[in-house]
Design a protein around this ligand. Structure first.
Ligand code: MLC
Ligand code: AMP
Length: 507
């Protein structure tokens, strides 16, 4: 290896000439410079090594969003560790699976979750547990405060793993997508160029940092650009509007844009300094796109991606941004809209999008068979998203071949919830579906087939799920029925249920 292909080396190489320039502006107005980020992530990397984390070891992290959590991510990259972030809404039952599957050397959790994590560690492989709180409190930062300065930057090759991000499977079992330094670096460089970042840009960072969108797309673009990001610990429409006069770019899920449009302060004047609004992670409704343009005079740039491949397709920066389409393959990405055998269908016809490129992941952690199933012999990855491609290559996502609900940008796999409902007393079977929701795009609904007399009511089902399922996955409504509709093959007709319950949230 001639040059260090560690993603952090690439990011650091783009830090500004004056290291005292601001990297992150925090909600209290304080600033963290690029020099602070570099020395802080170096010290964190040295600390991780001293805690026994070796290159290739997994570091599982379930914490609230904070600048310290960003340092922990960058420290992991520098130490050559594999960063494994978890949605902060997951319950202990959900986390237990990830600890067992990923066998991390170290797990970092919120101080309040320490006892639960310690218990999981004792039952499993003896993962070391440290804590990190939202105000930089907890055991990890007290060790950090005493740790010596360090400039550790472990040599990594493009194929070495940088992160594992779990995506739930249609079978109910989560799969860890293995992402390499090369996957992340190539995607970051392409997006930074493609979306036209300049030295004047300032990003509003209001996404969570446990998924591809906030952790990689937003963070990497801003770090590569060597300019400030205004760091919000959660999305709040008023706070984002307040930041806009000092900012130029916002990246968000469609719910961000729906909530901004609901805010009477959001208008052309509020956005006059902004040059780019990026949307993704879920379909942006054409109505939202149109209302946004009418209100601000700007067209949202919609792009499409997924955990396994980062960003794949994007509307153009210069050129037509069309509602209901996600644009063209990003430079370096190729693919096709294919039939069930991987043969390209005619332009305009619906098929499944299959892709290839340096952004495509290395496979699912410890699941070689599952990995093999999702790749074609010629190396194309089968996304599971239904799409069409126009004559000029413009792609529209028109549905999902996989049984998946996307609520506010979070994926919810019906199977996982159905398995829990099906074992409740009096339940014969259940079907979990997504139906239009005015705020979250899709809202989770459970349709439960019960014997008479019903032993369960709606609140009972939701309550019974609350100990084991993250709040965003829980059905927002539960309906009871005698029978679920089935086709002649005996398969539950979810399309019929989606139609029947389409009006549930009045969207
Ligand atoms: C919160 N709740 C949700 C929810 N988020 N319910 C369904 N879907 C969601 N997404 C629940 C809360 O637990 C709470 O439940 C209730 O809704 C009210 O919460 P809220 O205060 O309104 O929610 P808020 O905290 O404002 O969060 C909404 C949100 C957030 C949209 C800001 O969900 C968010 O940041 N989403 C971004 C997701 C994301 O980053 N996706 C990228 C994936 S990467 P209760 O019961 O406690 O009252 C990817 C690849 C790609 O997909 O292409 O980018
Ligand atoms: P995740 O597994 O969380 O990375 O979610 C990826 C999924 O989100 C994709 O497979 C798509 O189904 C969906 N997705 C992401 N961006 C878009 C978009 N712009 N339009 C429609 N669906 C999208």
């Amino acid at each position: 290896m001639s040059q260090n292909e560690n993603l952090y080396a690439l990011l650091r190489g783009r830090f500004p000439a004056d290291p005292d320039e601001c990297c992150m502006e925090l909600p209290d107005g304080s600033k963290i410079s690029f020099a602070d980020v570099d020395t802080g992530s170096g010290r964190m990397a040295g600390l991780l090594r001293n805690l026994g984390v070796e290159p290739g070891d997994r570091v599982l992290v379930q914490v609230d969003k904070s600048p310290e959590a960003v340092l922990l991510y960058l420290g992991c990259l520098r130490a050559g560790a594999v960063f494994l972030p978890l949605n902060s809404a997951y319950t202990a039952r959900e986390v237990e699976y990830f600890i067992g599957d990923a066998t991390p050397r170290l797990a970092v959790c919120r101080p309040g979750d320490q006892a639960a994590f310690e218990a999981m560690s004792a039952a499993g492989g003896g993962t070391r547990i440290e804590t990190l709180g939202p105000a930089g409190d907890g055991s990890l930062m007290s060790l950090y405060a005493r740790a010596p300065a360090d400039d550790l930057l472990v040599a990594r090759a493009n194929d070495d793993l940088a992160a594992i991000l779990y995506t739930s499977g249609t079978t109910g079992r989560s799969k860890g997508a293995m992402l390499s330094h090369g996957n992340l670096s190539s995607n970051a460089l392409v997006l930074h160029e493609h979306w036209g970042f300049t030295p004047e840009d300032v990003l509003i960072h209001a996404l969570p940092i446990f998924h591809v969108h906030g952790l990689f797309v937003a963070l990497h673009c801003s770090l590569l650009n060597g300019t400030p990001m205004i760091f919000h610990t959660r999305f709040d429409a008023d706070a984002v509007i307040d930041a806009m006069p000092r900012a130029t770019v916002l990246m968000g899920v469609p719910t961000f844009y729906v909530r901004l449009l609901e805010n009477p302060r959001f208008d052309r004047d509020a956005t006059r300094n902004m040059r780019l609004f990026v949307a993704g992670s879920a379909p942006l409704l054409p109505e939202t796109f149109a209302a946004f343009e009418a209100r601000t005079g700007q067209r949202i740039l919609e792009r499409y991606g997924m955990t396994e491949a980062g960003m794949i397709v994007s509307n153009p920066l210069h050129g037509e941004r069309l509602a209901g389409t996600v644009g063209y393959f990003l430079p370096g990405v190729t693919g096709r809209v294919a039939d069930g055998d991987g043969n390209e269908v005619r332009r305009g016809e619906v098929g499944v999008l299959e892709i290839k490129g340096p952004n495509v992941f290395k496979g699912y952690w410890r699941m070689p068979e599952k990995t093999a199933e999702e790749f074609r012999a010629d190396g194309h990855f089968i996304t599971g998203d239904n799409a069409t491609m126009a004559e000029d290559g413009r792609i529209s996502i028109v549905g999902r071949a996989k049984d998946l609900v996307i609520s506010g940008g979070y994926n919810v796999y019906p199977k996982e919830i159905e398995l829990l409902i099906d074992v409740m007393p009096g339940v014969r079977e259940s079907a979990v579906i997504g139906v239009p929701h005015p705020d979250f795009g899709e809202g989770v609904v459970a349709v439960v087939a019960v014997d008479e007399p019903a032993e369960l009511d709606e609140a009972g089902v939701i309550d019974a799920l609350s100990g084991s399922l993250a709040a965003f996955k829980r059905p927002k409504r539960v309906f009871f029925t005698r029978e679920l509709p089935r086709n002649t093959m005996g398969k539950v007709q979810k399309n019929q249920l989606r139609e029947q319950y389409a009006g549930t949230f009045g969207a």
